[in-house]
Design a protein around this ligand. Sequence first.
Ligand code: FAD
Length: 422
Amino acid sequence: MSKPEHVVIIGAGIIGAASAYQLVRAGIQVTLIEPGIPGDEQASSYGNAGWLSSHSVLPPASPGIWMQVPKWLADPLGPLSVRWKYFPRALPWLIRYLSAAWTYPQVERTAQGLRSLLRDAPALHKEMATQAGVPELIEQRGLLHAFLSREEFQKDARAWAIRKNEGIAWQELDADALHALEPDLDTRYTFGVLVPETGSCRNPGAYTAALIRYAQTQGAALTQARATGFRIEQGRLKAVLTDQGEVLCDRAVIAAGARAKVLAQEAGDQVSLETERGYHAVVQAPEASPRTPTMFADCKVIVSPMDQGLRVAGQVEIASTDDTPDWRRAEILRDHLLTLYPTLPRSLSADRLNLWMGRRPSTPDGLPCIGVASGSPDIIHAYGHGHVGLVSSARTGRLVAQLAQGQPPEIPLKPFSPQRFH
Ligand SMILES: Cc1cc2nc3c(=O)[nH]c(=O)nc-3n(C[C@H](O)[C@H](O)[C@H](O)COP(=O)(O)OP(=O)(O)OC[C@H]3O[C@@H](n4cnc5c(N)ncnc54)[C@H](O)[C@@H]3O)c2cc1C
């Protein structure tokens, strides 16, 4: 396949932004189509936890997880909720979700695929951020997992063994070492695991916007529109259709996050993609904070110091993409935060707190869709990154640029085949 003349990227979240970055660096003309402001609140890329967690190689489900689901659903402070009126529509995806991680060999295969995508991610992000003029947004402080006890960590030993097999190293911290590292942390937590190889982003929305700005300085165009489909003639792409008319091009990238499913169908592929909604709460000018971004195994929240304040992120809510947010889910996160760092004030005035809801674009097996479309070799799928879209965006952008130019991809793409759900 020859070098493309004009690539249209549908969606300016972090996946579209990283793809645009790589394509303009290869000297290719790019147009981004995006109905909102790049990196703004409509994108999942705006409000995530900022983890550049190259060790996040496990799928969200795990063998035996189904036994915990009733307990989580019954717990008003639990990490999982379902809008019951949407349940029948989500059921096929939920069944695939559980069955994709039914056995440990399945989880190991997923881990191999994800590791190939995530390896070196912090360094790749640092390089992109530096080129885009925002190196300070990417930090390399490692990430901490906090446990109530060593026994709680050991319950998850199988998962950590899979990480070890993928070459991931960590340091174990007893209570004294944990609290020396994190003096503001609640003393109920007595065991920690620090993963030094991983990084974090202080402001994922600003990072996304900076990459798009960089692409624009290199000649990329940004069109405010919503893509609706493709004009394909004899298998070759002629244009992307939008609500503002068509945009002529010879390649297109579907990077529309949680809204990619309909476009994938237009490109000839039925993919299994659901919205796993998540929330964040940000406390401005916090009185206490972790030094290192921290994941709490018991309540399944991530706490990260960010440019905007102290962000607590998490929750999985299965609901339709356009359903209204249930702000109680974000308030649960806030309440967890106040107990995790007891020197935060018990009540926070509304002007110090921001709440947000985002849409993780999630496949049931935890692997994104990256590859060429069935309907035309000129259309590239790049979505479905679920819980790891920020960290995996750097290599995804490189893969998109390689596919668009007909070059062999730098890692095997079989695990990410968009056709695996057919
Ligand atoms: C609470 C929470 C915490 C998270 N924490 C982390 C983390 O710590 N680390 C990590 O790696 N990941 C994390 N994630 C996941 C990560 O945020 C997502 O996987 C990632 O942002 C997905 O990026 P995207 O570009 O595919 O989608 P998005 O960021 O959602 O961008 C898609 C864009 O496409 C646009 N679009 C949609 N439809 C169309 C259309 N028809 N035409 C044109 N444009 C369209 C949208 O407006 C949007 O701007 C988290 C997610 C959530 C919700």
